[in-house]
Design a protein around this ligand. Structure first.
Ligand SMILES: Cc1ncc(COP(=O)(O)O)c(C=O)c1O
Length: 402
């Protein structure tokens, strides 16, 4: 879709209008949900033609291969990222494993940012080695120095920027161009930024991974993932493997996600503003040693964030000072929060917090903070209420320790 002058439409207009075809559905604004496995053909020619057709545009063939809802969501994801095509799958984690399994084979070497999501780390540590793939973690801040890790058989580099627990920002263009020069495939988990705040394909990355479970869906009520491919060859390879492995995205979930995406921009802006307000307040607290938020000038990678991103979302971390981080203090703090839920995932309308100790997992470089790391997801509530909630919890925790 373009303006009458031929320039691309703004992202908010695309979120509202792109991919919808009301008059193909009796004028209903949203595409009705098409549940189904079997698709019927009137003639043998139709059946054979459909089997040869492009699965992004041609006739439908079978529920596993696509339905009007999954296809609409794939078109919107590809459009927002500027890719040749997308594949939607049943979870964000499936969107991580698909490009790995589609591109790696026994004898290959693959590089993973040490800041990657925990289950991605598990794939690197446990699943891929069983298949004969050698894996290695690299410092997320390696930038162009990534070449030091390249071997003759390096085939894949996985990025995640910022790391969704520790918030290092990677030099994506430097890593992507070093990899491209050696014919190495790059994939980035872009769940934190979404295509609204960072478009990795424009920075040279081949494959963009999204846990649509988070901001795109926005309501903590479904799981879904997508991989967007830079070019036709990467898209065809992904689609082939998604079919071969039986990946699937349920039409109900695709429709729910599309509903969330129509309001993605306004929600993200609210997440961004509220998270910055809470993060700045945390920086002023005596209990806090460091706030890990890339959009704050105090963040060591702030300059890269400013160069490559157009905004920040609602997820950030902080490290407590040792005197505020004992088990009893932490328990007192977390259990007296009234509006922050304690739980995993993020991107929904509600605020969340989790604590983690990374000393046993991070290796490049090793994580040396003795205090646990707190990760906050700031939801769509009034940020003043969330700050008041945190202030009260610090007060209660302070009394526990005294
Ligand atoms: C950065 C990141 N990538 C991928 C995922 C996986 O998404 P899902 O929960 O939909 O499998 C998560 C989930 O927390 C995540 O934080």
């Amino acid at each position: 879709m373009h303006t009458p002058e031929g320039s691309p439409l703004g992202i908010s207009t695309r979120l509202a209008h792109e991919t919808r075809t009301p008059f193909a559905h009796h004028g209903f604004v949203n595409t009705p949900i098409h549940r189904g496995s079997t698709v019927l053909f009137k003639t043998l020619d139709d059946l054979e033609g459909a089997m040869r057709a492009d699965t992004r545009r041609g006739p439908y063939t079978y529920g596993l291969i696509g339905n009007p809802n999954s296809r609409e969501l794939e078109r919107l994801c590809a459009n927002l990222d500027g890719g040749a095509g997308a594949v939607v799958v049943e979870s964000g984690l499936a969107a991580v494993s698909l490009p790995l399994l589609a591109n790696l084979a026994a004898g290959d070497h693959a590089l993973f940012t040490d800041s990657c999501y925990g289950p991605t780390r598990h794939l690197a540590n446990k699943i891929l080695p069983r298949m004969g793939v050698t894996t290695e973690f690299y410092n997320p801040r390696a930038g162009a120095e990534i070449t030091r890790h390249f071997r003759e058989n390096t085939r894949f580099v996985l990025l995640e920027s910022p790391g969704s627990l520790t918030f290092e920002i990677q030099d994506v263009p430097a890593i992507a161009s070093a990899a491209r020069a050696r014919g190495i495939v790059t994939a980035i988990d872009n769940t934190w930024a979404t295509p609204l705040f960072m478009r990795p394909i424009e920075h040279g990355v081949d494959l963009v991974i999204h846990a649509l479970t988070k901001y795109q869906s926005g309501n903590s009520d479904i799981l879904l993932g997508a991989v967007v491919a830079r070019d036709e060859a990467h898209w065809a390879n992904l689609k082939h493997h998604a079919e071969a492995h039986g990946h699937y995205a349920h039409p109900d979930d695709c429709a729910t996600c599309l509903r969330g995406m129509r309001s993605l921009e306004v929600r993200l802006k609210r997440h961004e503003a509220s998270a910055l307000e809470v993060a700045r307040w945390l920086e002023s607290r005596v209990e806090v040693a460091r706030v890990l938020h890339p959009a704050l000038p105090s963040h060591p990678d702030h300059h890269i964030w400013r160069r490559d991103f157009t905004g920040s979302s609602g997820l950030f971390g902080c490290v407590l000072k040792p005197q505020a981080a004992g088990r009893a203090h932490l328990k007192g703090f977390l259990e007296s929060l009234r509006y922050f839920g304690m739980g995993f995932s993020w991107g929904g309308f509600e605020s969340l917090v989790v604590s983690s100790d990374l000393r046993h997992s991070r290796i490049a470089p090793p994580w040396t903070e003795e205090s646990p790391l707190l990760r906050f997801q700031i939801g769509l509530e009034d940020p003043r209420d969330m700050i008041a909630d945190l202030a009260l919890a610090f007060e209660v925790a302070g009394r526990v320790q005294a």
